[in-house]
Design a protein. Structure first.
Length: 644
């Protein structure tokens, strides 16, 4: 007990020391701004691209450490999960040739990543959320073996004090409980950086907040998660909930989430954002050696503001203020975190071009954009765009409400062209990247809409996992081709390759739309449920979704056929107790053998002790039919590139 108290005290001392270092960094930054030390008169742009690594079956492949070893390139680094990879582009001056140089860098880095991944049996996919990712992939065994990520998980989990719960409602509904921060690894983004001076920072940051919604509506590429169709940009909802540490138990208290759009516009200085974040959000890091920034400054040096940057990296504003040092000069930049990874490299640069162009155009057009649109409306616009993409209805600066598609087509794409021209971007560059954006808007085919249309065009007999696998394979093939998403053909079910990989585990094909009852329901109701819905089994569960029994149609017929049987008896008297079940990760062959061995026609499926699905003879008949069709199909009729 004494050792535990000492450990807690040491951590408290370390945390206080770290917070003191953050405050000294803020004081140093304020002094640098007053002295005019922040770089002015020069704008640079940069970006970070996050990617997924997949195996030969198009599923997440935890091979990032091997890929990084193969790459041996400091421009690549780890992300939270071992099936994530990040590439960092070198900043370029925002002027003639900037977008072309950005695309060349992007193509070079992605090509290198593909080559390194292939050497260890993997492939690279650029997308906001990998369609084939499953909850089974989100265990801590796939956490990148870096103390920083373990510490982040432990700190967030401690603050939350309970399991992470997710609810996202779209065409389908996702309800999920998870025990770690690994759900965050479902997301991949293309983070754009815009360097600017301290003098213009408040004005341009506020413009970035206003632009967040229309830009997001045009770049959506994350419409599905775990086989469910959710938001146009599901990353937004998922990330906001993935690191939400709030534990408020009263509706009267307003508490900011750790991932957020912000509390208001910036009035005078970037310091407002850093001060607000330090005031609102508890430090996740403690201890460690950081420089004395004030001492460095007084000695004539340029401080790195290490403590401030560490804390800033654990507060996830969608537009985040960043401090850095390039060639010995301190600078400020806005990090745009709303744009997802993919669909293609040229699409990514087009997404950046839209944002950079609009930032420049609105900065030239408005002296104070905060008087044109209330912050609450900018926030509401942002979440409307995340949900509905091009179909979102947005309040705009002219006081009217426009569909995002119409606003982009009639006002914002022409405005972005003008902003790029004012920044010195050449006409051929503008035509190339804004042409990609304008074609996307005209055809109404964002990455999200392409995925959804592909999913919905596939045969109804295909399982969600089969469709997700085909979409992932098609993503890979079309990204290698290099065409923008507006020109992509819809994914076809046979692009996923060998159908058998969709039936390796029971969670890939189990039925999840269940008819269940409690043990107190009357026999008559259960019999009618079977008749009405054409089912031969009803599962019995308690209020916590724990499986307690199974009732078969055959057993009901036997009981109801007796003269003394009562339809008002509780089903608990007739159900088979302690039924045999499997878990979601059970291999299909094991499930088949279990059903044959025990002569079962129904096999409940559990995850973490809760009922999540069922497998019946019907599902296995479908598998057999697929096998026969595959064997009888003429050779060479299956399309799509085979994975390495």
């Amino acid at each position: 007990m004494g050792e535990s108290k000492n450990s807690v005290q040491r951590e408290s001392d370390d945390r206080r020391g770290f917070l003191q270092a953050v405050m000294r960094d803020l004081e140093a930054l304020e002094s640098m701004i007053e002295r005019g030390m922040i770089e002015r008169g020069r704008r640079r742009i940069g970006a970070e691209l996050e990617m997924f690594l997949v195996d030969g079956h198009w599923q997440p492949h935890a091979c990032s450490m091997a890929v990084l070893k193969e790459l041996d390139d400091p421009r690549f680094t780890t992300e939270l999960a071992q099936f994530n990879l990040e590439a960092n582009l070198s900043p370029v001056d925002f002027g003639p040739g900037a977008l072309r140089r950005t695309e060349r860098q992007l193509n070079t880095l992605v090509a290198k990543a593909r080559s390194a991944a292939a050497a260890v049996g993997g492939r690279v996919i650029c997308t906001g959320i990998l369609p084939t990712i499953r909850t089974a992939d989100l265990g801590l065994e796939n956490l990148t073996p870096n103390p920083r990520y373990r510490a982040l998980n432990d700190a967030l989990s401690q603050l939350r004090g309970e399991s992470y719960e997710f609810r996202i409602l779209g065409s389908d509904e996702l309800l999920l409980k998870h025990d770690s921060v690994m759900v965050e690894s479902c997301n991949a983004s293309f983070q754009c950086h815009f360097q600017l001076s301290d003098e213009e920072f408040p004005h341009l940051y506020n413009i970035a907040q206003v632009l967040a919604a229309p830009v997001l509506s045009a770049v959506g590429n994350s419409p599905m998660l775990f086989g469910k169709r959710l938001w146009s940009e599901t990353r937004i909802a998922l990330f906001e909930q993935a690191v939400d540490t709030r534990r408020v138990r009263t509706e009267m208290r307003k508490v900011a989430p750790r991932v957020w759009f912000g509390g208001g516009y910036v009035r005078k200085t970037v310091l407002e954002l850093f001060r607000e974040d330090l005031s609102r959000f508890r430090a996740l890091w403690c201890g460690g050696d950081v420089e004395d920034s004030l001492a460095v400054l007084e000695a004539g040096g340029v401080p790195k503001l290490q403590a401030l940057c560490l804390h800033n990296g654990t507060v996830y504003r969608w537009n985040r203020a960043c401090y850095g040092v390039t060639d010995g000069k301190p600078h400020l930049r806005i990090e745009n975190r709303i744009i997802p990874s993919g669909p293609s490299t040229v699409d990514s640069v087009a997404n950046a071009a839209l944002w950079f162009g609009l930032m420049s155009a609105l900065a030239d057009r408005y002296d104070d954009i905060t008087t044109e649109l209330p912050f609450d409306r900018a926030t509401a616009n942002f979440h409307a765009a995340a949900r509905h993409g091009l179909g979102a209805e947005l309040h705009w600066l002219d006081g009217a409400v426009h569909s995002a598609e119409k606003l982009l087509r009639e006002q914002l794409c022409p405005m972005a062209r003008e902003g790029l021209r004012l920044s010195g971007i050449s006409s051929p560059e503008i035509d190339r990247y804004m042409g990609v954006m304008e074609e996307r808007v005209e055809k109404k085919q964002t990455g999200s809409l392409w995925q959804l249309r592909s999913f919905e065009s596939m045969p109804e007999t295909a399982t969600p996992f089969e469709r997700a696998r085909a979409i992932t394979a098609a993503l890979c093939a079309r990204q290698i081709e290099g065409r923008p998403v507006a020109q992509w053909e819809l994914a076809q079910i046979d692009e996923g390759g060998d159908w058998a990989t969709s039936f390796q585990r029971v969670d890939q094909f189990m039925r999840t739309e269940l008819f269940t009852v409690s043990g107190e329901e009357p026999v008559g109701l259960v019999a009618n449920m079977m008749d009405w819905n054409g089912i031969r089994h009803v599962l019995v569960e308690d209020g916590e979704h724990h499986l307690v029994g199974v009732v078969s149609y055959r057993s009901l017929l036997r009981v109801l056929g007796r003269a003394e049987a009562g339809a008002d008896r509780p089903i608990s008297e007739l159900m088979r107790r302690d039924p045999i079940f499997v878990t979601t990760d059970c291999p299909t062959l094991d499930a088949i053998n279990l059903m044959r061995q025990h002569r079962l026609s129904c096999l409940p499926v559990l995850k973490d002790g809760c009922l999540v699905g069922v497998v019946t003879e019907r599902e296995f008949l479908d598998i057999t039919a697929n096998l026969l069709e595959e064997r009888l199909r003429p050779s060479g009729s299956v399309g799509g590139a085979e994975p390495t």
